[in-house]
Design a protein around this ligand. Structure first.
Ligand SMILES: [Zn+2]
Length: 365
């Protein structure tokens, strides 16, 4: 039997909640983790028709890209879409889960889906997220170095880019003197002790600190474990905003726009003036990506494909880049396929459906 918590654990392993932006509200918003899953409906936005579709298709879990609750709600009187949806979901026992900027920010997320739809290769994160890595330094007697390292790695420490089990160990002399109330692994009370120890240095994702420390304490033999944790300025190349990649061949600005329109099935594009050089290197960001214009120029992208670009932001192209606004919904609609693919391969016995209700609130004439 698959419970909501099984799916939530799987999602949060792929896209940890710690990677969401600070304004966001990703995670389980309504629902009980222990409830068995009857079916899962995947959508971009939660609306009443989406909830009705979930009920009709016997799905008691909705996974949405956009949060239904962004700010605290003081009343539930059904006066707007969010309040009516929350009430309906609770009455009908439908759980609501949001997978938002945490999915934007991981390498296998929203932007990879966009980049792959466009056929871009050699993909990398456009703007790596700061403040997500920490370093543990600890001192371990020689015989315990390997077991401690093994436990730290199992807890998620020691990953650098495409490499796992990364760490550095130097040896030196550790000194201590137990007090009368100590229960030392080595040495006796009031006697100075010297032990050959290894100094282990290992990097880990900051949100795993509790489990990394638990692993350290579980395997380190000392009563008092000496360790330091530092927050690092380093970024993780696999976590951050936007993505940049390259076409195998170049295209003129006009040919690129037509290609984009066909590949993303667009009826409407807003863009800046064509640029003189051909388009080969393209940055993408699902949803509102104007904040990446400077970074895209810095990373020498010829074009930035995103949405919600304001009038004054288009001026920032300055002839250096082709800025293309393809629409918010259009840029993210592939996210339904992405979530479906990521989860259906892990839960073969559960029905995952991409919602058929079109939730785009924007119409074109
Ligand atoms: Zn969005």
């Amino acid at each position: 039997m698959t419970r909501i918590k099984d799916i939530v654990n799987c999602i949060e392993h792929i896209a940890p909640l710690a990677y969401q932006e600070n304004y966001d509200n990703a995670g389980l918003v309504i629902g009980d983790l222990s409830v068995p899953v009857t079916g899962v409906l995947i959508c971009l936005d939660i609306t009443e028709p989406v909830l009705q579709e979930a009920k009709a298709k016997n799905c008691n879990l909705i996974i949405a890209h956009h949060p239904i609750i962004f700010r605290p709600i003081n009343q539930l009187t059904g006066k707007n879409n969010a309040e009516r949806c929350i009430t309906y979901a609770i009455k009908q026992d439908i759980a609501l889960y949001t997978l938002h900027t945490n999915l934007d920010n991981v390498a296998q997320g929203v932007n990879r889906q966009m980049a792959q739809t466009l056929g871009l290769e050699n993909l990398s994160i456009l703007l790596p997220k700061p403040g997500i890595l920490s370093q543990l330094t600890t001192f371990v007697p020689q015989a315990s170095i390997d077991p401690v390292l093994k436990a730290l790695h199992a807890a998620g420490a020691g990953r650098l880019g495409n490499y796992t089990h990364c760490n550095f160990v130097t040896t030196g002399m550790g000194s201590f003197q137990p007090t009368s109330t100590a229960n030392p692994h080595l040495g006796t009370a009031h006697q100075p002790e010297k032990v050959e120890e290894g100094r282990i240095e290992v990097v880990f994702p900051a949100h795993l600190e509790t489990q990394v420390l638990r692993a350290l304490h579980a395997t380190h033999p000392y009563e008092e474990v000496a360790y330091y944790i530092h927050q690092l300025k380093n970024t993780d190349a696999r976590v951050g905003a936007g993505m940049v990649g390259e076409f195998s061949q170049t295209l003129s600005s006009q040919a690129f726009l037509e290609y984009l329109k066909a590949k993303m099935r667009l009826i409407f594009i807003r863009h800046t003036a064509p640029i003189a050089r051909p388009i080969k290197r393209v940055a993408v960001c699902g949803g509102s990506g104007s904040f990446l214009i400077q970074e895209a120029i810095l990373k020498q992208a010829d074009a930035l494909v995103t949405a919600d670009v304001k009038y004054h932001d288009f001026f920032k192209a300055e002839g250096q880049i082709l800025i293309v606004d393809i629409g918010h919904y259009e840029s993210e609609v592939g996210t339904k396929v992405l979530i479906h693919t990521l989860l259906s391969e892990k839960f073969a016995s559960i029905v995952f459906l991409e919602c058929e209700t079109v939730t785009n609130p924007i119409y074109y004439l």
